[in-house]
Design a protein around this ligand. Structure first.
Ligand SMILES: Cc1ncc(COP(=O)(O)O)c(C=O)c1O
Length: 358
């Protein structure tokens, strides 16, 4: 690599030197008091971030592990997969691969999930679980979580499974208040940790449902996680350096203050939005439903996206994303999640101007 490249892709994002340094703390055994103290020490902060009274569980896997585990543990009758982009579409495929009866609620990419449609589907009585991706990273769409949770609440037998992978900690998401039964996130998005750890929490209803299912497997068995978390342990050997990094990041988050953190994400996001508008581009996501952590730009100017991305990287050392899946090249994505500030994002926007001008 000729020069260090700074990441502005929607995960993994840039990891701070402080976080990396935290990962080098001495290794400890995961069944001993040192680990229990580590996990117990971060639990209150994690509960605050999740907006839950439930234990927050740590899985040494990427988010897909818990996304698959959620389906295996919580779907008995049938699952409604809300689909509005690459990751939410894939969850339908994964549900079927787990041998579950799954039905899509598909909207066009760029559109959010409509609460009224969720209501119509759940009213059929065919489902006891629903999956929703709050912030669809491929399209930059943020679906209306509060309105959808109001709908799901009307159906007590339905387990509400919510992926907050690319929105968690960038805006408030109060799991218990929203009636979410399983909420999950990953480490490499707004938390700005290296990839490889996922975090999740479950409601009592989720644990009761899991107990009714016999083929939960082991690695992602919710009841194993719960039993172990009661002793501040994990079912299997966890990625301890990642958990050191998480401890360090929680210090940063609470030092900054949650409101300041949310405000910073709104500001950096608005900065990117202004860049989009002032350069004659459009947004891929419908107005009113745009992510605060990334911007999916519609390539209405017909630029050569691959060349644009390549030159930004080679000439300026910034990595943005050239579009995901079927909208690659028709869109490009710029992340503002993690530790970014207006000051740290300005050089990227200037570099994008410079590349576009030539
Ligand atoms: C919203 C969302 N959900 C799930 C995933 C899958 O995460 P992972 O690849 O870390 O398992 C991603 C990855 O980008 C994502 O953006």
């Amino acid at each position: 690599m000729s020069q260090p490249v700074k990441l502005f892709i929607p995960g993994p994002v840039e990891v701070s030197a402080k976080t990396f340094a935290a990962m080098t703390a001495p290794m400890i055994g995961h069944r001993g008091n040192d680990f229990k103290a580590l996990y117990e020490g971060i639990m209150p902060g994690l509960k605050t971030l999740f907006g839950t009274q439930q234990p927050v569980l740590l899985s040494t896997s990427s988010a897909w592990g818990i996304m698959e585990g959620a389906v295996r543990n919580l779907v008995k009758k049938g699952v409604l997969n809300c689909m509005c982009g690459a990751f939410s579409d894939k969850w339908y495929d994964v549900s079927k691969r787990c041998g579950k009866r799954a039905e899509p609620l598909q909207v066009d990419w760029g559109e959010p999930i409509d609460p009224a449609e969720v209501d119509r589907k759940l009213a059929t009585g065919r489902f006891d679980a629903v999956t929703l991706i709050h912030n669809e990273t491929s399209t930059g769409v943020m679906s209306p979580l509060a309105e959808i949770s109001d709908v799901v609440r009307k159906y007590p037998e339905v387990a509400f499974i919510v992926d907050t992978v690319s929105s968690f900690s960038a805006l408030p998401i109060a799991m218990d208040q929203l009636g979410i039964d399983l909420m999950l996130t990953g480490s490499q998005k707004a938390l700005a940790l290296p990839p490889g750890l996922s975090l999740f929490a479950c409601s009592d209803k989720a644990y009761r449902r899991a107990a009714e299912l016999s083929d939960r497997g082991y690695y992602f068995d919710l009841l194993e996680f719960k039993k172990n978390a009661e002793q501040f342990m994990t079912p299997s050997t966890p990625a301890i350096p990642q958990i050191y990094a998480l401890r360090s990041k929680l210090e940063d988050i609470f030092q900054e203050g949650l409101e300041a953190r949310y405000q910073r994400h709104r500001e950096t996001n608005a900065l990117v939005h202004r860049w989009v508008e002032s350069n004659g581009f459009e947004f891929f996501a419908r107005e009113g439903f745009r992510s605060v952590t990334l911007t999916c730009v519609r390539n209405n100017r017909g630029i050569d996206v691959a060349a644009f991305v390549k030159r930004l990287r080679q000439e300026h050392g910034f990595q943005i994303d050239g579009g995901y899946g079927k909208i690659k090249g028709y869109t490009f994505r710029i992340s503002n999640m993690g530790d970014e500030t207006s000051a740290s994002m300005e050089p990227l926007l200037e570099a994008m101007n410079a590349v576009l001008r030539r």
